[in-house]
Design a protein around this ligand. Structure first.
Ligand code: FMN
Length: 457
């Protein structure tokens, strides 16, 4: 038997995510449910029943307005808008679960490290160590314009700022409060010993944070760090900071190459190759049998909305395809958005396939620009195992065609099959998110992680 496959579920707090038109599918409860706590608590319980390591909550701070130079297509087609703040969902989901981890997205480009560090420490306390931080630098011009800038900062500068941002939050989490600073001594009237609470004195190029962290040490101190950078600068960032790394390889051979370069980059950053837990995004459509899954697939495809797909792709890639003819071939250009999304369909494909606008629209009907597996439980389990073996993955990030149905069916049909094969655990080992990735008892960052350098000796 090979190793355990880590299961993680992808969500955004919005009616429709990567499968454009999914909100129209009568099987979907997302369109009404995304604003209901019961929708989220029910999903969290489903995932915990299926022994998922984490629910991953992606986020954007802007609207997809590159397509046609307007947000209309995105608004009409619910292309990741309207959207809720993902942080607001966590406490409720944590209250009805005891093991499931939560990886929440925040953009370093627009947050202040001092305030964000407190938010994560608060959630790490309230979840008893089940929180992760998906570090993103953002890619939408519309976010920049509404957050006080005239235009987005340069792609690589966003990562440089992110590096310093992470240094500040590591200092706040690891270096400010000593483990035994809190006394809570009613007799003496001393809650915490001021000699054991240290200002971090950070003075850098982008941030100045002289003071102490506002929150006493939480179970994990530093939340589990997730990253998905994929450009050369992004890969270096992910390899330096990431503990969990999310990738989109589109095909197994491409994923294998991405995993290889991430692990090479980890080594260059002085970390072991296996310090990274790499998870591939995969959309699954599963039924009782291959034939039933095919029917569900056809049904899901019938709701696809090309305009909304192109609105999403415009936001990701920075390329407005509204004037493109259906047979126009996509070319790589350097944009200030997600460079790797464009590279995926142009320069990064070893088979040098030429993608036209209509190829893209067809491909994006289900699961955005990621791979899709359709089949009965055994077919899906076979394919997932093959992805993991071929690409050298540690796990998957499960995208959906219909929410929450995809997760319910996956837990009911695929998890038992993977458990039978010894690829998914029967129960959680440990109770904090970091333990799921690194083993029982390892709730604090490993010595090879850059946060560890800030620990007080
Ligand atoms: C599975 C997955 C989830 C992602 N989630 C987010 C997200 O929630 N918010 C965001 O701004 N970017 C998200 N990204 C984009 C990455 O942060 C990153 O910008 C992207 O992979 C491109 O890398 P590059 O910026 O180095 O080109 C995600 C990427 C992947 C593959």
């Amino acid at each position: 038997m090979s190793g355990r496959i880590s299961l993680n579920a992808f969500q955004i707090a919005t009616p429709c995510q990567h499968t454009s038109g999914a909100w129209r599918n009568p099987r979907s409860r997302a369109a009404e449910g995304y604003t209901d706590l019961e929708y989220w608590t029910g999903l969290a319980q489903t995932l915990e029943r299926g022994k998922f390591d984490s629910l991953f909550l992606a986020d954007v701070l802007g609207v997809y307005d590159v397509y046609g130079g307007s947000p209309d297509a995105a608004i009409r087609g619910a292309a990741q808008v309207p959207i809720l703040d993902p942080f607001t969902l966590i406490s409720a989901m944590a209250a009805v679960t005891s093991r499931l981890g939560f990886a929440v997205t925040a953009a370093t480009t627009y947050e202040q490290p001092y305030a964000l560090a407190r938010r994560f420490s608060s959630l790490d306390h309230l979840t008893k160590g089940r929180i992760g931080f998906n570090v993103v630098t953002s890619y939408l011009e519309s976010a920049a314009r509404n957050l006080g800038l005239d235009a987005q900062l340069d792609h690589d500068l966003r990562y440089d700022m992110g590096d310093e941002f992470m240094e500040v939050v590591y200092k706040l989490w690891e270096a400010s409060w000593e483990d035994d600073a809190v006394l809570a001594d009613r007799e003496s009237g001393v809650f915490a010993d001021p000699s054991k609470v240290h200002p971090i004195g950070h003075e850098g190029e982008h941030y100045r944070v002289p003071g102490i962290h506002l929150t006493a040490p939480s179970p994990q101190r530093t939340p589990v760090i997730f990253q998905a950078g994929a450009s050369s600068r992004g890969t270096a960032f992910a390899a330096r900071h990431g503990e969990g790394v999310f990738i989109n390889g589109m095909r197994k051979d491409i994923a294998a190459r991405i995993v290889g370069s991430l692990r090479d980059a980890a080594e260059q950053a002085g970390r072991p190759r296996d310090a990274l837990r790499v998870m591939q995004q995969i959309t699954v459509i599963v039924g009782d049998s291959d034939a039933q899954a095919e029917r569900l697939h056809r049904e899901a495809i019938s709701y696809a909305t090309p305009e909304a797909s192109l609105a999403l792709y415009g936001g990701w890639s920075g390329v407005d395809m509204s004037g493109f003819a259906p047979d126009q071939v996509l070319e790589y250009v350097d944009t200030n958005s997600m460079r790797s999304t464009l590279a995926l369909l142009t320069t990064a494909d070893p088979e040098k396939r030429k993608w036209t606008t209509s190829d893209l629209v067809e491909f994006m009907r289900i699961g955005g620009v990621g791979p899709v597996i359709v089949g009965g439980p055994e077919t899906v389990a076979d394919e997932i195992e093959d992805w993991v073996e071929t690409a050298g993955l540690d796990g998957i990030n499960l995208f959906h065609a219909v929410s929450p149905e995809t997760y319910e069916q996956f837990v009911e049909l695929v998890v038992p099959e993977l458990q039978k094969r010894g690829r998914v655990w029967d129960d959680y080992a440990g109770s904090t998110l970091r333990e799921y990735y690194y083993g029982e008892g390892r709730q604090r960052v490993r010595d090879d992680h850059p946060a560890a350098a800030h620990r007080r000796r």
